[in-house]
Design a binder for this molecule. Structure first.
Ligand SMILES: Nc1ncnc2c1ncn2[C@@H]1O[C@H](COP(=O)(O)OP(=O)(O)OP(=O)(O)O)[C@@H](O)[C@H]1O
Ligand SMILES: [Mg+2]
Length: 327
């Protein structure tokens, strides 16, 4: 668990973080969302003892961080630094294994784990021997994520971890991370200024403005409940579409309905033949397929999902039931 009480940071008379009290319960992925300069990184840096607070307190697993030796605190927390911060004179392998080495893990374990993490972040294993200067910005950022995950810490502080990764790899990382989180249930404070990313990943979202938390709730709460002008403007009028990528066809479809001529590939606009989709497809993709194919229904099958239908109406009624939460 991470907790802050009345946490404030003032830099040369400018208040970067203003009296923030927050709590991230164990196992929750909490997103800190807000525009540039609102104090997100400063908040994370204070939790990881990189920046001393001007006032207020921080607790990690119930202990005041003031009373925990800094090295011990940092070893228990995986920290993805904004703009990477890899050690330039270490190889990728050594960068990923740096905390495991501090924890005196055997060399073979470190190497095995580093290779596993390279697979996970979608980089070739041959990259293990490269140096940070030989990586693109997005590749280096992914190595930063691997480094934070390496020692399997219970707590992760992630500062715009996928910020400079291209859209395809970003989606791959977001999906991999969602999968990891489902099983490992780490306590995560995840910073982003990207509304889509926040709505897709967060169990809960804290919206920051000028150093303060101005709104909080589940992604569904934030989309379906009215917020103030800043919040409405920040989330934008497409927020419901962005929320769709969080949910899968398998959560909203109707079982047992039979569609004639179901097993066809997506066809071009105007053809009313339904497409066959997997229950694992994000609802955003399913809606996109309906629009491209000019159809109101998709046949659902595969990946252990019984046959059924996702219709435009079933999609609407899924959300009408209230803001659902991912299981
Ligand atoms: N070391 C520093 N000295 C003085 N002011 C600072 C320092 N670090 C940050 N600030 C200021 O504190 C405020 C919050 O900065 P912070 O880096 O926390 O923002 P952020 O929300 O992470 O922004 P971004 O999304 O651009 O990364 C900004 O006004 C910034 O200029
Ligand atoms: Mg920042």
């Amino acid at each position: 668990m991470i907790q802050t009480k009345n946490l404030t940071k003032i830099y040369n008379g400018i208040t970067a973080v203003d009296n923030v009290s927050l709590e991230v319960p164990s196992g929750e992925l909490c997103v800190l969302l807000g525009p540039s300069g609102c104090g997100k990184s400063t908040l994370l840096k204070m939790i990881n003892a990189l920046v001393p607070p001007t006032s207020g307190e921080i607790f990690v697993n119930g202990k005041n961080t003031h009373d925990i030796p800094v090295e011990l605190l940092r070893r228990g927390i995986g920290y993805v630094v904004q703009n990477v911060g890899l050690f330039p004179h270490y190889t990728v392998m050594r960068n990923i294994g740096v905390v495991m080495k501090l924890l005196n893990k055997p060399k073979e374990d470190i190497e095995k784990r580093a290779l596993f993490l390279l697979d996970l972040i979608g980089l070739p294993r041959s990259y293990a021997s490269r140096y940070p200067r030989e990586l693109s910005g997005g590749e280096a950022q992914r190595v930063g994520v691997a480094r934070a995950l390496a020692a399997d810490p219970a707590i992760l502080l992630m500062d715009e971890p996928f910020g400079s990764v291209d859209p395809l790899n970003r989606e791959h990382l977001q999906n991999s991370f969602t999968e990891i989180q489902k099983t490992l249930k780490k306590t995560v404070l995840f910073v982003t200024h990207d509304v889509s990313e926040a709505l897709m990943l967060g169990d809960r979202i804290l919206l920051m403005q000028e150093g303060r938390i101005v709104r909080e709730g589940t992604p569904g709460d934030l989309v379906f409940q009215e917020g103030d002008n800043f919040s409405q403007a920040f989330f934008g009028s497409e927020m419901a579409l962005k929320l769709l990528s969080r949910y899968r066809v398998g959560q909203a479809y109707t079982k047992g309905m039979k569609i004639q001529n179901a097993a066809c590939q997506p066809s071009r606009v105007g053809e009313a033949i339904p497409c066959l989709v997997s229950g694992n497809m994000p609802l955003s993709e399913a809606l996109s397929l309906m629009i491209i194919n000019g159809c109101r229904e998709l046949a659902v099958s595969g990946d252990g999902f019984p046959q059924g239908t996702l219709s435009f109406e079933s999609l609407l009624s899924y959300f009408r039931k209230g803001a659902p939460n991912v299981q």
